[in-house]
Design a binder for this molecule. Structure first.
Ligand code: ZN
Length: 283
């Protein structure tokens, strides 16, 4: 939501970097995906960083639903969302898949690869907490969120799609969560699940919509985490996907990525680890 304030002294007076705004007695209308707010007979009040219970509660919710009982608002950081071009080409370091797998600590990279398969043995969605997106523990007649320490009978379906990605150096399994997957597919996990249930498909049915990922050469912004079990060397989670051909071409030019060759890699069998590394394509 974008709010324009004419009176900047209102913000200066607060001497704060972050602002929590409370609107009282306003008319809100949601139409065609756009929320409009209008004044109601000149009674609307706009309060910035007001010392109100509702503001304090909102702060606590933002910082982890009471895990840190701070009542000040200075703990809330900005979520900076860079443009795809900044994020994928200039700001995040690029690495080949084999380099990502060799990294020892948790780190974030951009890589370019072709999706060759989706792991159908692994569930493509999970039951998430409505408040924090954490996976829920199923109890006999309800669910439990360990992060929020809350019991509930309601869950939200969120994506956790495991895709097999190949580049010129190696292959790896990337986990796509709700934000990155739904932006690419144009559908949420809840949308797909609802349509599957409406068609009478069972839990084991694999939704065709996910195949839109297969065969695509994409940029992935990802984070390599240490694995929690001994069967897996690491877990690679994707926070953002870029399918913009101009941005892909721009990164390919800068990092000497052979896009033609990459687009032809549609099976893992064509890749032998290390085979193409001597071509000088390591950056
Ligand atoms: Zn939760």
């Amino acid at each position: 939501m974008k709010i324009e304030l004419d009176d900047l002294s209102l913000l200066d007076a607060n001497k704060a970097n972050e602002f929590i705004i409370v609107l009282q007695f306003a008319k809100m209308k949601f139409y065609n995906g756009v929320m409009t707010i209008t004044n109601t007979n000149y009674t609307t009040r706009l309060m910035v960083n007001a010392n109100l219970e509702v503001v304090k509660k909102f702060c606590q919710k933002l910082i982890g639903l009471g895990t840190k009982h701070s009542t000040t608002i200075d703990v809330i950081g900005w979520v900076v969302r860079y443009s795809p071009s900044e994020d994928f080409v200039s700001l995040t370091p690029y690495a080949l898949i084999y380099q990502i797998k060799q990294t020892v600590e948790k780190s974030t990279y951009v890589t370019c690869g072709t999706v060759i398969d989706i792991d159908r043995d692994h569930a493509w969605w999970y039951k998430a907490c409505r408040q924090c997106t954490q996976g829920l523990e199923a109890l006999t007649d309800q669910f439990y969120c360990a992060k929020c320490d809350v019991y509930s009978t309601i869950f939200v379906a969120r994506f956790c799609i495991q895709v097999r990605v190949v580049d010129e150096s190696d292959t790896a399994t990337f986990v796509l969560f709700e934000n990155s997957a739904s932006k690419f597919l144009g559908l949420t996990a809840a949308d797909i699940r609802t349509s599957m249930l409406a068609k009478g498909y069972g839990r084991d049915h694999f939704p065709e919509q996910l195949n839109a990922l297969v065969g695509k050469t994409l940029l992935f912004k990802l984070t390599r985490h240490d694995s929690l079990n001994k069967f897996q060397a690491c877990v690679i989670t994707v926070s953002r996907i870029c399918s913009d051909p101009e941005i892909i071409a721009s990164l390919a030019l800068e990092k000497n990525i052979q896009l033609d060759a990459l687009q032809k890699l549609t099976t893992a069998t064509g890749v032998r680890s290390g085979e193409l590394i001597s071509n000088g394509s390591i950056v």
